[in-house]
Structures are given as structure tokens and as C-alpha cells.
Design a protein around this ligand. Structure first.
Ligand SMILES: [Zn+2]
Length: 267
């Protein structure tokens, strides 16, 4: 089993949310509830309520991966919906920077059942990145009956929008490589859940199950936003996870190389 690390870039800056969506009020609401319930301390509460400046943690992750000598995949939105509100052109500088550091990038799909919108997002990303082939993961893992069919027709080389311990499978030329673990579904109320032992125990369970099911790729989805001291437990968990995987001598691979392997294999 090899490890694929991936990141959905849902946010760039606080400003993109002002007067556009409910991200700021829902952040205040969620954390006030957490504070009153005693889930988070006052200091952390105030830190999280600073609703301006940068939200993404791409420079921190680039440095982290540089130190660990690991390459990862990053998905960027090419349109807006459900709290993803940045202008797609703003992702250009980060796409360039990540490609320069030999990471891989793909589309964080907004459209999932409308052919015209899928074409627009594909073309925007193709132009912005200069890439000829790439994959996709939908925002909030949205999926309709015909989503994979539409993505395949659009020439995406893989989709990773399903969360399930399951082997990759193919639809014509496109591989569907499921997510094995992601922070927001690993424990209840991930942003407020400070029980690091629970985070670790659930992770070990997921790893064991994946080994038992003999899946070739353990796909981690981690929202870059959480690689921050505003989310000390989630950040600590992620660093622990990478250390654990390294100590167990797992090999890291990215989606594109996995697709090459899959095409050569007898799956
Ligand atoms: Zn997303």
C-alpha cells in the first residue's frame, strides 16, 4: 500500500467571503457554541474570530513537504459555490509555485451534473496551469449519477470524490481513486474536537482496515486551512500521521503516478 496526500484548497483569504457567503458568521456561530460547551478555550476562540487576512496554509505546507521530501496533490476551485468564494484566477500564483516545487495540482470541482459548467472549469484550469492532463475532486464530494461519466468525457484522468475504503476502479479511460481518510469525517465536530487520542485511534483503525482490504493506495484528504495554529489539534494530528506513515516505511506517491501504475497493472 502506498500513500497519496491531497489537499482541497477551499479558501484563500477572508476578504473573498465578505458580503458573498456565510463563512464568517458561521465561523463565529460554530466557535461560540464550542466555547460555551467548553470544547475550546477563550484564547483559541479569539484567535479563530480574527476574520481577516490569509486563510490558506500553502506556504506552510510547501515548507513542511520540503523538509519531509514528499510531493502532494492540491485541488483548486475554478468556480464558486458552498463557501468556496475566491476568484479562480487568484489560484494561478499558487498553482505555479506548487508545480515549480514538483507537487501536483488538479481541479476542485464545483460543477458535478452540468456539462457546460464542467467544460468551463476544465478549460479554465487547463489554461491557468498549462497542463495537458489532470484529475478532479468535487467540493463537498458532490456527486450525481452521471458525474463520473461527465468527467470521463471531459478527459479527466482520475476522480477522487468518493470516500470509501475501496480499490480504485475504472470508467473507460478514467480511474476513480477513493479517499481513505479525511480530517472532517474522522471524528465528530472536527474543528472543535480536541481529543487527540481519538483522532489517532480512528486513524489506526482506518489504516488497519485499508491493509486488510488490500487497497493499493491510502488516500489522505486534508484541507490546507487546518495546517494552522488556529487548529492545533488537527495540525498536530496531521504531522503525527505523516511521521507515523514515514516510520512504517510507507512509500508516498501522487495521483498522476498512481494512474500510470494502475494503467500498467492488472486491476
Ligand atoms: Zn472543498
Amino acid at each position: 500500500m502506498k500513500i497519496i496526500l491531497s489537499h482541497d484548497v477551499d479558501h484563500l483569504y477572508w476578504q473573498e467571503h465578505y458580503f458573498k457567503d456565510l463563512y464568517a458568521p458561521s465561523t463565529v456561530f460554530r466557535n461560540t457554541k464550542g466555547l460555551l460547551k467548553g470544547d475550546i478555550e477563550l484564547k483559541l476562540y479569539f484567535k479563530r474570530l480574527k476574520c481577516w487576512g490569509r486563510l490558506h496554509r500553502l506556504p506552510e505546507l510547501i515548507t513542511f513537504y520540503n523538509d519531509y521530501n514528499i510531493k502532494a496533490n492540491f485541488f483548486f476551485g475554478m468556480n464558486n459555490a458552498l463557501g468556496l468564494s475566491y476568484n479562480y484566477k487568484q489560484s494561478k500564483q499558487w498553482i505555479d509555485k506548487l508545480l515549480d516545487k514538483k507537487h501536483q495540482v488538479g481541479v476542485h470541482g464545483i460543477a458535478f451534473n452540468d456539462k457546460e459548467s464542467i467544460i468551463i472549469e476544465y478549460n479554465r484550469f487547463k489554461e491557468l496551469s498549462g497542463l495537458k492532463s489532470f484529475g478532479i475532486r468535487t467540493h463537498y464530494l458532490r456527486m450525481a449519477k452521471n458525474t463520473h461519466q461527465l468527467f470521463e468525457t471531459q478527459n479527466y484522468i482520475f476522480d477522487s470524490s468518493i470516500e470509501q475504503i475501496k480499490k480504485p476502479f475504472k470508467l473507460n479511460a478514467m480511474w476513480i481513486i477513493p479517499i481513505s481518510i479525511m480530517e472532517v469525517t474522522l471524528v465528530n465536530n472536527a474543528q472543535l474536537n480536541q481529543n487527540i487520542e481519538l483522532w489517532k485511534a480512528n486513524t489506526i483503525d482506518r489504516l488497519k482496515l485499508s491493509e486488510k482490504e488490500n487497497i493499493p493506495y491510502f488516500v489522505v484528504n486534508f484541507h490546507d486551512l487546518y495546517f494552522s495554529n488556529n487548529f492545533p489539534v488537527i495540525k498536530q494530528w496531521y504531522i503525527w500521521l505523516i511521521d507515523l506513515l514515514k516510520s512504517k516505511n510507507y512509500q508516498f506517491i501522487n495521483f498522476e503516478d498512481a494512474v500510470v501504475e494502475l494503467n500498467q497493472s492488472s486491476f
